[in-house]
Design a protein around this ligand. Structure first.
Ligand SMILES: [Fe+2]
Ligand SMILES: [Fe+2]
Length: 302
């Protein structure tokens, strides 16, 4: 696990980053979020929406991305980071790993702060309010998956969820900074975040190897069968805020529900986005467990 944070004091966002300030670039044709990642905008039933309605929907989509990530990082990741840092993860860890976990803890707190800060700046400038919704539906669903598949392991499940999320998020965040159609501030903030998350990815991949080695052998099979469902849950958007956003933009209830169903209920292959996560599990030996390869394939992760 060592090495992931060798230069943390000099390079971490919370130590050396700058506060990103919103500047609206709508008049230069820039969008708040990549349009191919707001897939419902292309639905034929929404063909009559104006450019301004699309802009507002995209702003609320960005809010959802920023704030649901914040919920996950502060409620799930930092809960696990605290357990590692205070040596309560279930197996003994060296002080170096414990200090690294505190670095994760600091980073995630700062990511949460600047995510809300950007949403707040955009709301103030554009007049598009941050809706008073629960952006933690995503966390609830992840917790349900863990509780359903491993009901007798309430302390292990959050550790697995954290490894899954922290090895996936870098790939998700890496898509936006290179997208020239997106506003500069969104690209810069996402690049800042992705940079820190690259280190977290390395840390949690190492942590998972230690966790797997120290796991009671009877748990290898249930864990190997639970991980693919957790990966899939992590890659599935919470559609309730999307439905509510459509209603807010004047789309009628029936159309909003149909658009969400058409857009999100068919799940395609996630093999590209989860490649690094699956590689972590494979190198630890998870896919050598009987039936694991089939379980990952059944969730379209290979
Ligand atoms: Fe983060
Ligand atoms: Fe992280």
């Amino acid at each position: 696990m060592s090495g992931a944070f060798d230069r943390w004091y000099d390079t971490a966002g919370v130590r050396a980053g700058t506060r990103r300030m919103f500047a609206d670039e709508t008049d230069q044709g820039k969008v708040f979020y990549p349009q191919d990642q707001v897939p419902y905008l292309a639905h034929e039933a929404l063909g009559c929406l104006t450019d301004e309605q699309r802009r507002v929907l995209t702003i609320r989509h960005l809010y959802q991305f920023l704030l649901s990530t914040t919920h996950l990082e502060t409620r799930v990741v930092n809960t696990t980071a605290e357990r590692i840092a205070n040596n309560r993860a279930g197996f003994d860890l060296p002080n170096q790993a414990r200090m690294d976990a505190f670095k994760v803890y600091c980073d995630e707190g700062y990511h949460a702060l600047y995510s809300l800060d950007l949403a707040d700046q955009i709301a103030a400038d554009t007049g598009v309010a941050i809706p008073p919704w629960d952006f933690g539906g995503f966390v609830d669903r992840l917790e349900e998956v863990g509780a359903r598949l491993m009901p007798d392991e309430p302390s292990l499940v959050p550790l697995l969820q954290t490894v899954v999320f922290e090895t996936l998020i870098t790939a998700v965040l890496n898509e936006i900074p290179n997208d020239r159609t997106v506003m500069t501030v969104v690209r810069d903030l996402t690049r800042d975040h992705a940079k820190d998350e690259g280190h977290h990815h390395r840390f949690f991949a190492g942590f998972f190897h230690d966790l797997w080695v120290n796991l009671e052998p009877r748990l290898h099979e249930p864990v190997a069968h639970t991980l693919p469902a957790m990966v899939q849950a992590c890659l599935t958007w919470d559609t309730e805020p999307i439905r509510a956003s459509l209603l807010m933009s004047g789309v009628d209830g029936g159309t909003a529900a149909a658009v969400v169903a058409d857009t999100y209920e068919r799940s395609g292959s996630n093999a590209d986005i989860c490649r690094a996560t699956v590689r972590t599990f494979r190198s630890a030996g998870v896919l050598d467990v009987p039936g694991a390869e089939e379980a990952f394939a059944a969730h379209q992760l290979l």
